[in-house]
Design a protein around this ligand. Structure first.
Ligand code: G4P
Length: 532
């Protein structure tokens, strides 16, 4: 197979949802279709147990599992599909945001009864910043839930997505009969527990066909006709170009646990989802079909065995062919590195690979050379954009609790920050360190890992902070004035970038208003997204 065919074959995506909406179940069903796992439960039994946030063995177990399920690759319909796991448990971390920088599209799972929930909102905002194409799957139709139109309204208002339903449910809960697929023009009747067969599919080109009444009964048929007429009036027709630009999101309805509507979702996904997309660097746009290899690290995983300090860096290939035992330029370090055991994640097994193509994720054994966002190329100086740090939401001062181990603490904190476990800000006025995270669990994880992997102890102290904003200036004068007036609220991030620490939302607003030549950003990349 030629290089271009290899690229066109790849679909690299993530599934995002609020916990419990059904992401794990859906992932598992997709893997079953792809033959990547043989039995139901294989992914699920690995699932992070809920309510175990203070059980540290559990944290360790989770880390082990998340290496195994970080990337799941399989073949389906002639395509090579890479699912990137976006950890979505209660205390999800920035890791989740960053994984989204390595995908080309996403599927958002929404619980029909709960509608759009908080984490989904946050994750979709990140996707929208990058114009990532989004497909929505409304799950659990076997249960009573919200009205379909109300849900679509909610998706439009809360997520800001323009939707276009491609399937529509006939009843729900006890009365759930199935879905009409407007994309393929067939009726798919529901039978619980995944006993779906092709006989359940009936081709109905035109919904006035009396066969519909025979299949679902006159009342349900009437309702479906009315509702689909309304859909045609209210929602735009599906247009792949708009979807690819992130301007319209197709919506499917189904029940993951019953394996209902999942195949339709997957079939549509392989037809419409984008193959590896061009990616922006500070210098230029990199196209996947360029012959020279390039890629970036979006995730780093420490070995769960503290005796082995090696880590796995997850590299997303953006262009060219990646080859084993070949020297590549590590742009930040300014030197060549080569990898003798790069691994792929095909069919949930880790395998050493000889080559990989754009869209693929390769695991590289790392002894401390990588940080999140690092770029590898064949020599060209490039830096991929879109791997920013996001403003954390929880902050604490970190103190050394064992003065004899200050070196270990420094080293541990540095390495954990490189891994992207949390962010460190050093205050400009007194040099105190503040750790910022997206979820509160990360503080416990850091404390535990510092102790067990570095022999260092830390304690935390509360700090009243609302947001950390990166700042940019119109002029040197604006910078000077801001720095002198706001010194006590300034800090430096890991790259030495200036950050304004806002105590309250109101305070932030006032400071923004009183410094005209200063811009405030919610990501380190200094693009102004909507506030997270
Ligand atoms: P998550 O990864 O998004 O957190 O969700 P997960 O797949 O674990 O699903 C959360 C719960 O919802 C699970 O139940 C799962 O069985 C259930 N679920 C998933 N899809 C459907 C569906 O289509 N219909 C219904 N009725 N339930 C669904 P649980 O009781 O929390 O876990 P388990 O005991 O089933 O493992």
């Amino acid at each position: 197979m030629g290089f271009k065919e290899e690229i066109n074959k790849r679909r690299t995506f993530g599934i995002v949802s609020h916990p419990d909406a059904g992401k794990t179940t859906l992932t598992e069903k997709l893997l079953l279709f792809g033959g990547a796992i043989q039995i139901a439960g294989a992914v699920k039994s690995n699932k992070i147990k809920r309510g175990a946030t203070s059980d540290f063995m559990e944290i360790e177990r989770q880390r082990g599992i998340s290496v195994a399920t970080s990337v799941m690759a399989f073949e389906y319909g002639g395509k090579k599909i890479n699912i990137l796991d976006t950890p979505g448990h209660k205390d999800f971390a920035e890791d989740t945001y960053r994984t989204l920088t390595a995908v080309d599209s996403v599927i958002v799972v929404i619980d029909v009864a709960k509608g759009v929930e908080e984490q989904t909102e946050k994750l979709v905002k990140v996707c929208k910043m990058r114009k990532t194409p989004i497909i929505v799957f409304i799950n659990k139709l076997d249960r009573e839930g919200k009205d379909g139109f109300d849900l679509l309204d909610e998706i439009e208002t809360k997520l800001g997505l323009s939707v276009c339903p491609l399937s529509w449910p006939i009843g729900m809960g006890q009365r759930f009969q199935g879905v009409y697929n407007m994309f393929e023009k067939h009726l798919n009747l529901f039978s619980p527990h995944g006993k779906q067969s092709t006989e359940d599919l009936t081709r109905i080109e035109d919904l006035s066909d009396p066969m519909l009444d025979e299949k679902v009964g006159a009342a349900a048929a009437k309702e479906l006709r009315e509702e689909t007429t309304m859909i045609k009036e209210i929602y735009p027709e599906f247009d792949r170009e708009y979807y690819l630009e992130g301007m319209i999101s197709p919506v499917f309805f189904g029940s993951a646990i019953n394996n209902f509507g999942v195949k339709e979702l997957l079939d549509c996904f392989v037809k419409i989802a984008p193959s590896p997309l061009p990616r922006e660097t500070d210098e230029r746009i990199v196209h996947p079909d360029e012959p020279d290899f390039s890629g970036f690290v979006f995730k780093i995983h420490a070995n769960i065995d503290p005796k082995h300090r090696d880590r796995i860096a997850f590299l997303r290939i953006c262009s060219g062919t990646f080859e084993r035992n070949t020297n590549y330029q590590h742009i930040r370090l300014g030197r060549k590195l080569k990898f003798s055991n790069p691994t792929s994640f095909m069919a949930a097994r880790k395998e050493v690979i000889d080559e990989a193509y754009p869209g693929d994720i390769v695991g590289l054994y790392d002894t401390g050379n990588f940080k999140i966002g690092d770029t590898l190329t064949e020599g060209e100086i490039l830096e991929f954009k879109g791997i920013p740090s996001f403003s954390p939401e929880q902050f604490r001062f970190v103190n050394n609790a064992d003065p004899m181990k200050s070196k270990q603490l420094e080293k541990g904190i540095k390495q954990l920050m490189d891994e992207g476990v949390a962010q460190l800000f050093i205050k400009e006025d007194n040099g105190r360190k503040i750790i910022g995270t997206v979820g509160a669990l990360q503080f416990e994880v850091i404390q535990y890992r510092l102790k067990h992997e570095y022999g260092a102890s830390c304690s935390y102290e509360p700090v009243r902070l609302h947001k950390a904003c990166w700042v940019g200036f119109d002029s040197d004068q604006a910078r000077k004035e801001f720095v002198s007036r706001r010194k006590k609220d300034l800090a430096l991030d890991k790259d030495g970038q200036l950050v304004y620490l806002a105590e309250t939302a109101w305070g932030l607003k006032t400071v923004q208003e009183s410094h005209e030549g200063v811009q405030f950003f919610y990501t380190s990349e200094k693009k102004r997204p909507e506030a997270l």
